[in-house]
Design a protein around this ligand. Structure first.
Ligand SMILES: *[C@@H]1O[C@H](CO)[C@@H](O)[C@H](O)[C@H]1NC(C)=O
Ligand SMILES: *[C@@H]1O[C@H](CO)[C@@H](O)[C@H](O)[C@H]1NC(C)=O
Ligand SMILES: *[C@@H]1O[C@H](CO)[C@@H](O)[C@H](O)[C@H]1NC(C)=O
Length: 318
């Protein structure tokens, strides 16, 4: 092999420097999440809700998000909501959906799924339903941040603020946070946001918050999207599988706090008389994230040694 000429070396070293600088800048510009010790401390102060042992059956669920939550493109406009409700009924739970909107042919069709809404726009919608004290909140939001290319590097920070608000309004609730579905228009951006949510869920869980990640990004295939963004019925059914796995997870971790009442059989019948098996596709959930060791959670202090090592590498190369 021909030894490199001085010019070659210089060009290569320069290219390496440029590459290093750009990755460092990118990493440095991703802010860290702020912790929420108050919420963790409050975790065992159960005043309005009772433990599972005392009353094992009612789930009051708030589906929170945008058009996917609303059910756009699905038959009957029920989206994942009817599938997950049916699954929970089949497994013996009483269910009440809560939300300020009613969409879809299902009877219990309450939801907070707001078309085109970004994460920062959902707070004022969510508080319309928090007085109903949902004990489970399903969040699928952030796709519109990607589609609008709205400060995507900090979507996780805004989601963290939304979680702060929800825990402030409903201290004993369990939040199921989904990663984003694949997207044909902005595949990289939804992937970046999902990474931030994984780090956020890890951080929240570490500080003792009732948060479970529903990782749906790779379970819904591109051919189960009806357009660039919204699932087909089959895709919505897959979403329900992932929600179900996450709710089971929350249940097994003894997170879900229950009401000191069950809804009457008559009310349940008026909401949905079916307890048949919706036959959700089988899904094996990955382990819940437990560390924040990824790009989003790198603090500048942690990045610096890496940069120094890389620079030493460059010097050695020269
Ligand atoms: C959803 O329901 C609300 C009222 O509950 C209505 O204003 C809105 O137009 C509905 N959205 C769709 C897409 O049907
Ligand atoms: C449930 O609440 C009622 C009052 O609404 C109370 O009498 C009862 O003891 C409570 N049950 C439990 C198990 O806390
Ligand atoms: C549920 O209600 C629908 C109509 O409201 C009725 O056609 C159906 O037979 C009922 N199913 C059961 C299991 O009661």
């Amino acid at each position: 092999m021909r030894p490199p000429t001085p010019i070659n070396s210089m060009v290569r070293a320069w290219l390496l420097c440029v590459a290093l600088l750009s990755t460092s800048v990118l990493t440095l510009s991703r802010p860290d999440l702020k912790p929420s010790p108050a919420i963790a401390a409050d975790r065992n102060d159960i005043t309005t809700l009772r433990s599972r042992a005392e009353n094992p059956s009612l789930l009051r669920i708030m589906p929170l998000g945008a058009s996917i939550t609303n059910g756009y493109r699905s038959t009957g406009h029920n989206g994942y909501r009817n599938y997950i409700r049916q699954q929970l009924r089949y497994k013996g739970w009483d269910v009440e959906m809560v939300g300020s909107l009613r969409n879809g042919t299902m009877i219990d069709n309450f939801n907070e799924g707001h078309f085109g809404f970004r994460v920062d726009q959902l707070s004022k919608e969510a508080v319309k339903s928090t007085p109903q004290q949902p004990n489970v909140i399903l969040i699928n939001a952030g796709t519109d941040d990607a589609l609008q290319n709205h400060k995507v590097g900090t979507t996780g920070v805004r989601m963290n603020s939304l979680l702060d608000l929800l825990f402030e309004k409903v201290p004993h609730t369990t939040i199921i946070l989904s990663t984003l579905l694949p997207n044909k228009d902005k595949p990289e951006l939804v992937g970046w946001i999902s990474d931030q949510y994984r780090a956020l869920a890890a951080k929240r869980r570490k500080s003792g918050d009732r948060v479970v990640l529903a990782d749906m990004s790779s379970f819904i295939p591109l051919d189960e999207l009806a357009d660039a963004t919204h699932p087909t019925d089959a895709g919505y059914k897959r979403m329900a599988s992932v929600w179900w796995a996450a709710i089971e997870d929350a249940f097994q971790e003894d997170m879900i706090q229950h009401y000191n009442y069950t809804i009457t059989a008559k009310l349940e019948k008026s909401l949905d008389n079916s307890t048949s098996n919706p036959n959700l596709p089988s899904y094996t959930a990955p382990a819940q994230p437990t560390n924040t060791n990824n790009a989003f959670s790198h603090s500048p202090q942690a990045v610096l040694p890496t940069v120094i090592v890389q620079l030493l590498g460059v010097l050695a190369f020269l």
